[in-house]
Design a protein around this ligand. Structure first.
Ligand code: SF4
Length: 327
């Protein structure tokens, strides 16, 4: 590990100002991913800005919008009464992630900023375009069982590792970001990026910006929502495939549907075409299967992850059936 400067800040503005011109400076809160990255030499910030004392831990309903501060812990959000009652999809997704100890430390902002768990990214002796652009992608011809089937590029086939973010993508969340000029807001589905030719960039946060909070509009999906996570063991494992499904039903007719997948792409993968197909139709196994076939259009596997081409549509059908049966 190299030496680094460590400072603490108590306001968002001071935190953003502290970034200054130092391109390697990083915020640290729970540190549940960043410390691992530093210990393994994947990243070596010259300045760490501790933001734990910045007052961004709020979880509150303001009118029709739930505000969740960037420093609210994953555990606090998952167990919050309003989240459990009005956004059970988010609560389920958070509790499916990591372990109880990690959820007590990890923050919402940090969860959004966590890096892929591709093994080549963490092994500094191996080629990886994300860690070191231009060195190649070890996973394409190597160990790629966990890797993406949607939105891949020649440069990178890694997946985004979060569960929380899959639910937030399905719930039409917005991200509020602060920079030296003020605040800006972007749709959650536009926060993370596909790898393209620049896989080193996971998201659209600029170097001088900080996540302030996430906002989620109230919705009509609470009664019929389900987060399905398929993984190698029952806890403390990343998703092979996950599906966040929310339905608004009238009798058996689908009035509104939201679907997003994890473990399949470099960003939370929203299934907008499948949503459009299902809207207005009956919530039947046949329609769920047709929707899953629509969702798989354009998918591509890389050998060890061929099984995801079957697991993904089956998971979509199962998540929709589970969401439907919640009523
Ligand atoms: Fe690196 Fe992406 Fe290839 Fe993994 S999949 S080795 S993160 S470039």
């Amino acid at each position: 590990m190299i030496n680094f400067q460590y400072i603490r800040t108590t306001t968002s503005k001071a935190a953003v100002d502290s970034l200054g011109k130092d391109k390697t400076a990083k915020f640290i809160a729970g540190g549940t991913n960043l410390v691992d990255l530093m210990k393994r030499g994947v990243t070596a910030p010259e300045k760490l800005i501790d933001i734990n004392n910045v007052p961004l831990k709020q979880i509150e309903l303001k009118g029709n919008i739930l505000h969740i501060g960037a420093l609210a812990t994953n555990a606090a959000v998952a167990e919050h009464a309003v989240v459990k009652q009005r956004f059970p999809l988010l609560s389920q997704a958070l509790n499916a992630g990591a372990s109880a100890q990690l959820r007590n430390m990890a923050t919402v902002g940090g969860n959004m900023m966590q890096r892929t768990r591709c093994g080549y990214f963490y092994d500094i002796t191996m080629p990886c375009n994300k860690r070191e652009p231009g060195t190649g992608c070890g996973a394409k011809e190597g160990y790629n069982r966990m890797h993406a089937i949607f939105g891949t590029s020649e440069a990178c086939i890694a997946v985004h590792p979060s569960d929380m973010c899959i639910a937030l993508a399905a719930l039409d969340a917005q991200v509020v970001i602060m920079n030296p000029k003020g605040e800006r807001k972007i749709s959650f589905v536009d926060f993370h990026r596909l790898p393209g030719a620049t896989p080193e960039k996971d998201n659209n946060l600029q170097a001088n910006e900080m996540i302030i909070r996430v906002e989620i509009p109230l919705n009509t999906l609470a009664e019929n929502s389900y987060y399905l996570k398929v993984r190698d063991r029952a806890s403390y494992a990343f998703a092979l495939v996950s599906v966040a499904a929310g339905l608004e039903l009238k009798s058996n007719r689908i009035i509104k549907v939201r679907l997003a997948m994890g473990g399949v792409a470099h960003k939370p993968w929203r299934l907008t075409e499948a949503e459009a197909f299902l809207t207005g139709k009956d919530a039947t196994e046949v329609n769920f299967k047709l929707a899953s076939e629509i969702a798989l259009k354009g998918s591509k596997s890389f050998g060890q992850n061929n099984f995801k081409l079957k697991l993904a549509p089956n998971s979509i059908i199962e998540a929709l059936n589970q969401a439907k049966s919640k009523a």
